[in-house]
Design a protein around this ligand. Structure first.
Ligand SMILES: CC(C)(COP(=O)(O)OP(=O)(O)OC[C@H]1O[C@@H](n2cnc3c(N)ncnc32)[C@H](O)[C@@H]1OP(=O)(O)O)[C@@H](O)C(=O)NCCC(=O)NCCS
Length: 223
């Protein structure tokens, strides 16, 4: 499994983060990965204004990762392998989003490490008790993946942001898009350890605390 090095993105990282997100979510390149929105939504996932707002958010951070597999590449040119967004939505609750692993690197455990790192970041930096996220309700394989990481559907459904899509010149390709809200109790130390997978049809939980150990978390603090 690749060892990841994490840092909090700054505006200087925008040119690296934007193509990573675009390649993972939609369009032909995303189909190299095992799960994608390409058959659900066409066009861009986020524009410069939207991404910079997330990078610069006072109550959040975009976490980015490089891999020691690329150690031979000079640091300034080293590609990003993954990113995610975390937001302190209330004193105890963090929101997780903008989760992307480079399509060619998916399926090797990077996503699992990023998720574990994000949870640890929110616990450590903000004292968060709970992580929340939204997932397109028809993405069954992805909902199952989150279920194996200890996330449960809350039963809440949220509307898809069709107005934002229009601003990006993006289009829904299917009818009835909406989000399921998922959450996880972060007071449980191990990945998937809450046992709370109700509403997500998933095989046995996996304990992945080792992912936190192998991930190099240097530089993740925003301070
Ligand atoms: C979701 C995402 C971040 C996961 O990253 P990743 O590096 O592939 O994740 P991992 O390698 O840690 O996990 C791969 C998992 O996929 C599973 N998998 C692989 N191929 C699969 C397939 N064809 N169908 C279903 N599951 C599959 C593996 O079994 C493994 O699950 P497990 O660890 O529970 O056994 C990545 O796929 C991605 O960037 N997707 C596009 C953007 C996106 O959809 N983001 C989330 C929006 S809510």
């Amino acid at each position: 499994m690749a060892t990841l090095q994490f840092r909090v993105a700054t505006a200087d990282d925008y040119p690296l983060v934007h193509p990573l997100v675009e390649s993972a979510y939609r369009g032909d390149e995303s189909k190299l990965g095992w799960t994608t929105e390409a058959d659900l939504v066409s066009g861009s996932r986020i524009d410069a204004e939207g991404l910079l707002a997330k990078i610069n958010a006072p109550n959040g951070a975009v976490l980015i990762a490089t891999s020691t597999d690329d150690a031979a590449v000079p640091i300034q040119e080293r590609p990003l392998v993954a990113c995610c967004e975390v937001v302190r939505s209330s004193p105890q609750v963090a929101y997780f989003g903008l989760f992307a692993v480079s399509p060619r690197r998916q399926g090797g455990g990077i996503g699992r490490q990023v998720m574990a790192h994000a949870e640890e970041f929110c616990r450590r930096e903000w004292g968060a008790d709970k992580m929340e996220m939204t997932v397109i309700s028809s993405r069954r394989e992805l909902l199952e993946w989150y279920g194996r990481r200890g996330y449960s559907k809350t039963g809440e459904s949220r509307p898809f942001p069709f107005e934002e899509l229009a601003k990006l010149n993006s289009k829904p390709l299917v009818e009835g898009l909406s989000f399921d809200v998922l959450e996880k109790d972060l007071r449980v130390a191990t990945e998937g350890g809450s046992g709370g997978v109700s509403g997500v049809n998933t095989p046995a939980l996996q304990v992945g605390a080792a992912a936190i150990v192998v991930a190099d978390t240097n530089g993740a603090s925003k301070e």
